[in-house]
Design a protein around this ligand. Structure first.
Ligand SMILES: NC(=O)c1ccc[n+]([C@@H]2O[C@H](COP(=O)([O-])OP(=O)(O)OC[C@H]3O[C@@H](n4cnc5c(N)ncnc54)[C@H](OP(=O)(O)O)[C@@H]3O)[C@@H](O)[C@H]2O)c1
Length: 329
């Protein structure tokens, strides 16, 4: 018991309720000790519903609790930076939701602060922890589809509620930062390098955020990625890696389903092999990787990756604001 990491949850966010708290409660390494909300009553109700022992009526009170080792930060995007820094300064390790911040400078400040305070900081891209992702990277590495030429990804869903945080420009809303960040993350991961130039076109919602964006990432040496993301249309997720000798397809690329598949098609023979993976909780795997880092192991994905992702996201938004002019990240 005493070796468990004691978690504090910063806010009563939907994603905490639906995904991260159940994942932590499933892990033998974690104990969800406390939740904080701006509203004490809300914190108490949430804690009672989810079986969390302590409820705080302010984020400050949670950070002041000496019985908390790690913080899960699922605040709206514009608050990630300040509360991560406050948590680091209180000596807490932080698992922070994606995107880590709204600018490269802010991501760098968060990393510097975590290093200065000797705490772990990880960006919560859970999809990277699905065994299918490691398998796809291994197959690429082994040349199973020849030379990688094109990466194609999609992530959309329909959000009609204009008061949602995703529709607020001042909160770091927009399709690119909400779901396009996954497309950018997986494209960079599979490419194994950073893009040299990007372009994007967007549609802007009445609130001012991009509710739909299509982007191109040029990785140089004949490798291109293209993606589309949106919060204004029916849900779609797709991932396709196309090489000189075949393709790898990752259906429902970013969200866990009951069973996950990776489809390998060889160009020469047309033969298709479907690799099937048993259900896993990607949020638990992510949290356990983070807890391993707290214990001194190397995390699967170093936090510096968040700098590359943010640099690319910023360049894409800059290009979209200039009607698709190429931008070097
Ligand atoms: N990894 C994933 O699978 C995944 C999925 C969905 C979302 N996310 C990320 O998680 C974060 C939260 O998303 P969500 O959909 O869970 O959001 P949400 O339900 O709107 O929760 C955000 C929480 O932040 C707190 N908050 C503090 N200041 C606020 C303000 N000015 N306005 C609104 N809320 C404020 C609120 O909690 P209190 O009222 O209790 O203080 C609220 O419940 C985002 O960064 C998002 O990108 C990740």
């Amino acid at each position: 018991m005493e070796n468990k990491i004691r978690w504090g949850i910063l806010s009563t966010a939907n994603i905490a309720r639906k995904a991260m708290i159940p994942a932590l409660q499933e892990s033998t390494l974690a104990e969800v000790t406390a939740v904080a909300s701006r509203d004490a009553g809300k914190a108490r109700t949430f804690a009672a519903e989810l079986g969390i022992p302590k409820a705080y009526g302010s984020y400050e009170a949670l950070l002041a609790d000496p019985e908390i080792d790690a913080i899960y930060n699922p605040l709206p995007n514009h608050l990630h930076k300040d509360w991560t820094i406050q948590a680091a300064e209180a000596g807490k390790h932080i698992l922070c939701e994606k995107p880590l911040a709204l600018s490269v400078e802010d991501v760098q400040a968060m990393i510097d602060d975590a290093v200065a305070n000797g705490v772990q900081l990880i960006e919560a891209f859970m999809y990277r922890h699905h065994p299918r992702i490691a398998a796809a990277r291994q197959m690429l590495h082994e040349g199973k589809i020849g030379e990688l030429k094109t990466i194609e990804t999609e992530f959309t869903f329909k959000l009609d509620n204009f008061s949602d945080i995703r529709y607020q420009p001042q909160m770091g809303g927009g399709a690119l930062l909400d779901v396009g960040c996954y497309c950018v993350s997986i494209s960079r991961l599979m490419a194994g390098r950073e893009p040299v130039a990007v372009q994007a076109r967007a549609h802007w919602a009445p609130t001012g955020v991009d509710d739909q964006l299509t982007g191109i990432l040029d990785f140089g040496d004949g490798l291109l990625a293209h993606f589309d993301c949106g919060i204004n249309q029916a849900g779609r997720q797709r991932g396709l890696l196309a090489g000189t000798e075949g393709t790898l397809e990752l259906p429902m690329t970013f969200n866990m389903g009951l069973v996950e598949t990776l489809i390998h098609e060889a160009h020469e023979t047309g033969a298709t092999r479907v690799h099937t993976y048993p259900p896993v909780n990607m949020y638990r795997l992510l949290a356990e990787d983070f807890m391993g880092a707290i214990a001194g192991e190397a995390p699967a994905f170093p936090i510096e990756d968040a700098l590359g992702n943010m640099r690319t996201l910023q360049a894409l938004l800059a290009s979209a604001r200039q009607n698709g002019q190429p931008v070097a990240p």
